[in-house]
Design a binder for this molecule. Structure first.
Ligand SMILES: [Cu+2]
Length: 165
């Protein structure tokens, strides 16, 4: 009788608490992100997108959304490992980089990270390879690899805008 009372007590008091904290833990994992607030705060706000060079090397941040990758073009340096961090604002996309075997599945709610490196300068197309809706076939962006010296001379704006090249 006492054990049944204890089980009932656990189910009504402790279980809801544990279920809730477990869910909260799931939604706040290190690689998780809320797709609805991407553009408003945190790592993927507009001003933080594109390539940036820090103490730990070059990182490129991008958002995949129906039907574009933002930024639409990125300039990266050759000869150094590049960390690519991405997330999706809506559905599942797949970023691929022409001329390389690199592909990244981008899932809403998660930050995915991969490393790429370019040994030669040149331009690559980055089409989406996961059917993501009627505009899927137009979903592509570009990547231009330039020498590290050239990369360092570019402003932040020039690194996310290939119009001048
Ligand atoms: Cu797509």
């Amino acid at each position: 009788m006492i054990s049944i009372a204890l089980i009932c007590l656990w189910l009504t008091v402790r279980f809801p608490y544990e279920a809730e904290s477990g869910l909260e833990h799931l939604l706040n994992g290190p690689n998780q992100i809320n797709p609805q607030t991407l553009h408003l705060r945190g790592e993927f706000v507009e001003s933080n997108l594109g390539p940036s060079e820090g103490a730990d090397g070059v990182t490129v941040r991008m958002i995949a959304e129906q039907y574009l990758f933002v930024p639409h073009c990125v300039v990266v340096p050759t000869g150094v490992p590049i960390r690519v961090r991405m997330t999706s604002a809506d559905v599942v996309h797949m970023l691929t980089i022409s001329g390389t075997g690199d592909e990244v599945k981008v899932v809403p709610g998660y930050v995915v990270e991969t490393r790429v490196q370019f040994d030669r300068t040149g331009e690559h197309q980055m089409p989406c390879r996961e059917f993501c809706g009627p505009g899927h076939y137009t979903m592509r962006s570009r990547l231009i690899a330039v020498s590290l010296e050239q990369f360092r001379k570019l402003s932040r704006d020039e690194r996310v805008n290939c119009a001048s090249r």
